[in-house]
Design a protein around this ligand. Sequence first.
Ligand SMILES: Nc1ncnc2c1ncn2[C@@H]1O[C@H](COP(=O)(O)OP(=O)(O)OP(=O)(O)O)[C@@H](O)[C@H]1O
Ligand SMILES: [Mg+2]
Ligand SMILES: [Zn+2]
Length: 476
Amino acid sequence: MAHRVISLRYRPQNFDELTGQNHIVLSLKGAIKSGRIGHALLFAGPRGVGKTTTARIFAKSLNCVEGPTVYPCQKCQLCREITLSRSIDVIEIDGASNRGIEEIRSLREGVKYSPLHGRYKIYIIDEVHMLTQEAFNALLKTLEEPPPKVVFVFATTNPTKVPTTILSRCQRFVFKRLSVSEITSRLRTIADKEKIKITENALHYLAIRADGSIRDGESILEQLASFIEGEVTEEDVFKLIGFLGNDFYFTLLNKILTVDLGKVIMMLNKGIEDGADPVEIYRGFTNYLRAAFLIRTGVPCEFVELNSEEIEVLKKIELSRDEIIHLLEICLRFEDIVKRSVNVRIAIELLFSQLILCLTKSKKRENNNRVVLSSSPNKNVNIKEALFLDLQKNSPKLAGIIHKADITKNNDNVTVSVKNEFAKTQLVNNQKKVKSILKKILNTDFILNIEIVHQKEEESDLIQTIKVLFDGEEVR
Ligand SMILES: Nc1ncnc2c1ncn2[C@@H]1O[C@H](COP(=O)(O)OP(=O)(O)OP(=O)(O)O)[C@@H](O)[C@H]1O
Ligand SMILES: [Mg+2]
Ligand SMILES: [Zn+2]
């Protein structure tokens, strides 16, 4: 017998086997029990979450010899034929490849005839949003005068593309994206039955990568099982899907906090060399930031797609909620750029340059508010202010320069950063004076550095260019 893939072998055959769509199951069961079966049902939701599966179970429930029942017997001919997709009364049409008016015309012919064996004739149209306008118009006519004993189930991943005239004639069922824990538990059941050994962590990352879709999760599991001997580990998962663990994103985020662009770019490239797809890095990092955001907003842990250890680690990250929001905003602005870019690697590098720029600015702002340097023996002296006040008396020009400068103290080094050559010359010429005042303020000896920083906030030409490209800000 030909090998059948896991996702087909493990297609739920009754409502109770479905994972995570309880709200849908409840209302469908209710409809079946009460005999209030709509003529047209719309199943909307992301890929691989059970739309087609549910449509078939629903068909079985209606047509089973023991039916209509919420527990189809699975044994009668009608049930068996539906399971095998061979039932004459259950017609599945792929809307993506049968988009035109001709197909819908023949459907309109077909609905005139009563069901052959079952109680109902059930049309399941997958990807219904792909139909052409003419096809929708023809379909609408049928829905306006629904033939008896015909039920339509429309499945779509994109309900916004279905005309409202059709939507308003359908009972709508919204399938949800499955959570990491729902996918994990379903895959664990399958792995046990298939005797696939896989660690909890491996399963966790696999479930994250499945991105809400059980079918995607099942496919990855199957692929892993086919080439890994022994137990599947998280490293195997990362290798197969070019996916980096949350450790990677945690380290990356910490590197960004040090605002060292060089190190960040090196780390990104190391990740890519290790086999990660740059788009994957984008996605993984954005999701990781989202988790950080959720944690900062105090959302309960089960909504955060991380395990409890990872949540504890992430709680400690030195980023405020507002900073995280800014970083997320930048990431989202890059979504299109990353996806469309011919050279994704560059797009990713630019993205991280922007993230660092954003943090540099917010840290600067913070520093400007408190230039307190606590490491000096005279604790909590505001060097800048004290120096400014002292200079103001006799050297207003120098005071003005200090006012606009940034002063930092690091061990025995005091660095005065100024904007331009003029300010630097002035300070260098008056070094002695400045140093003696500083000595008085700090009550200690030190090395004085005077440097120029380009006040356009270290914005290199590169970063300026990015800003123009993506923010539409003008360079002056
Ligand atoms: N809710 C679920 N519970 C258990 N298994 C599921 C569920 N959803 C999907 N699956 C698994 O994924 C496979 C595909 O599901 P299904 O065809 O119903 O998805 P779909 O929502 O119709 O996706 P698409 O939009 O891509 O057509 C099923 O055969 C089953 O193995
Ligand atoms: Mg489907
Ligand atoms: Zn049956």
